[in-house]
Design a protein. Structure first.
Length: 488
């Protein structure tokens, strides 16, 4: 039956959308048991929304536009900021236990590049887990939601008119649908040092591109400046809220080398350069948090202690890590892609909200705002009459050895600081891997990132070219599968 809706992905965007679609029937595909392999559950900082009396959506929109380094769509930024408070109320209604002030109001913290404290959190650094726990419980009990776990989508299905009509999975299972929404997350797992689940390797925008969808700004990967450098894969995160509480970045000599609450791209580059110079980088929260660490930031505290590091007594070693992909499948303000029947939401989408450098804690906000907007369009929409499906062969899976090589290549040549020689070397090798192993999703995603990074001969936001260190005229990158193939 193709009258239902298929959501590919079960993070915050996918589950919130599924709940908002009630009473329309919806199937949610999760590549792992719910709550696993989803970056949403790992989000520490929280969700940004203009809720305080001294704040307002216009200020939030201005901060979003400023952080995005000239590439944020102002209309989308204002839409995001305006609708954000109502979506926080939705999450409270679903049972998310956001931190409260002694007076019972929602507590809000300050994060980098925000002009006001506006980030709602849970137990300091447990926002993602708490939100996901509430959504998982609600989705499992919702009669209109069917959850299918351990099914990884590999190829989008389409009918004789070209309309997207569902997805086929690695197992061979096929899920036909009247409308298909990609909520597959990001691409940080393409890098050897990442805060994301390693499964997050751009499969959503690779699938969409293969079907002919337009892709925007794939070169913009945000590197979180303060991943905890203890040799873990993925790297645990030291939330930006620590710096909002007064923690300081220092080198091994105890010297400050960057403004603690500068935009993420600035801080990430400063840490990268300090480490490259052999001086190291550390987050010193001994005075700012100290004995309160176990209660105020339990996730960070547990990660540090598991490595034999007590953040109450020692500075935390940090390094930049691939964290959030600003690019993805182009959508309009209702989540529609350029392909009939296909929608995208969350990190795999490119809505124009983040530009070249996402404002801290706007990611969870974007996910719920656009999930709500998609639901408003699809809840009562008619489904076109079904046509015969075309045959869509699935791309191959990428074996472990070339996958590991790909992650090393991206880390070495497409990370915080880039140049033409390194990007060209990486792209040539990715093309050779495609020739050897076929167009696997991680290789396709990497080819888009490298192609766009080579073409952007300037430095802007999270994209820094050492051979083109200055900014040029602002422009977004728009690519199709033919563009990436031609560049390769």
């Amino acid at each position: 039956m193709r009258d239902g809706i298929l959501i590919v992905g079960a993070g915050l965007a996918g589950l919130f959308l599924a709940l908002k679609l009630a009473p329309r029937r919806v199937t949610v595909l999760s590549q792992a048991p719910l709550g696993q392999a989803a970056s949403s559950a790992w989000a520490q900082g929280g969700l940004a929304a203009a809720l305080a009396p001294e704040d307002n959506p216009e200020l939030h929109a201005q901060d979003t536009i400023a952080a995005g380094a000239g590439l944020v769509d102002p209309a989308v930024a204002r839409l995001l900021a305006k609708e954000g408070p109502a979506r926080v109320v939705d999450l409270v209604t679903l049972g998310v236990p956001f931190d409260r002030t002694p007076e019972g109001e929602l507590a809000q913290s300050l994060e980098a590049a925000h002009s006001r404290p506006r980030v709602v959190r849970v137990s300091g650094d447990l926002a993602g887990k708490a939100i996901m726990d509430a959504l998982i419980a609600a989705a499992r009990s919702a009669p209109h939601v069917r959850i299918v776990e351990n099914e990884r989508a590999r190829v989008l299905l389409r009918d004789a008119s070209g309309r997207i009509c569902g997805a086929a999975c690695e197992s061979g299972a096929r899920f036909e649908a009247g409308e298909t929404i990609l909520a597959t997350g990001g691409a940080g797992g393409l890098y050897a040092v990442t805060t994301n689940p390693v499964e997050a390797q751009g499969q959503g925008f690779a699938m969409a591109a293969r079907a002919g969808a337009l892709i925007a700004d794939p070169e913009f990967m945000q590197f979180h400046p303060t991943a905890i450098d203890i040799g873990r894969d993925p790297a645990p995160l030291a939330t930006e809220a620590l710096r909002g509480e007064g923690a300081h970045l220092v080198n091994a000599r105890g010297e400050s080398f960057v403004a603690d609450l500068a935009p993420r791209d600035v801080v990430a580059r400063a840490i990268h350069l300090e480490r490259a110079a052999g001086r190291g980088a550390f987050l010193d929260a001994r005075k700012a948090v100290g004995a309160a660490f176990p209660h105020h930031f339990p996730t960070v505290f547990a990660a540090c202690m598991s490595a034999g590091l007590d953040p109450r007594e020692q500075p935390i070693p940090v390094a930049p890590a691939a964290h959030y992909h600003m690019g993805g499948v182009v959508t309009d303000i209702w989540g529609r892609t350029t392909l009939d029947g296909l929608w995208a939401v969350g990190e795999c989408a490119s809505t124009g909200a983040h530009g070249a450098n996402r404002l801290a804690s706007n990611s969870l906000l974007e996910a719920v705002v656009f999930a709500h907007r998609i639901a408003e369009r699809l809840r009562d929409a008619d489904t076109p009459a079904p046509l015969p499906l075309e045959h869509e062969p699935a791309p191959p899976a990428l074996p472990d050895a070339p996958r590991a090589e790909l992650r090393r290549l991206m880390q070495a040549h497409a990370s915080v600081v880039r140049d033409a020689a390194g990007l060209t070397q990486a792209l040539d090798r990715v093309c050779a891997l495609c020739d050897a192993h076929g167009p696997a999703h991680p290789l396709v995603a990497a080819r888009f990132i490298l192609t766009a990074a080579l073409a952007r001969k300037e430095s802007r936001g999270a994209h820094f070219r050492s051979d083109f260190p200055n900014a040029a005229e602002p422009h977004r990158s728009f690519l199709t599968r033919n563009d990436a193939a031609a560049a390769a």
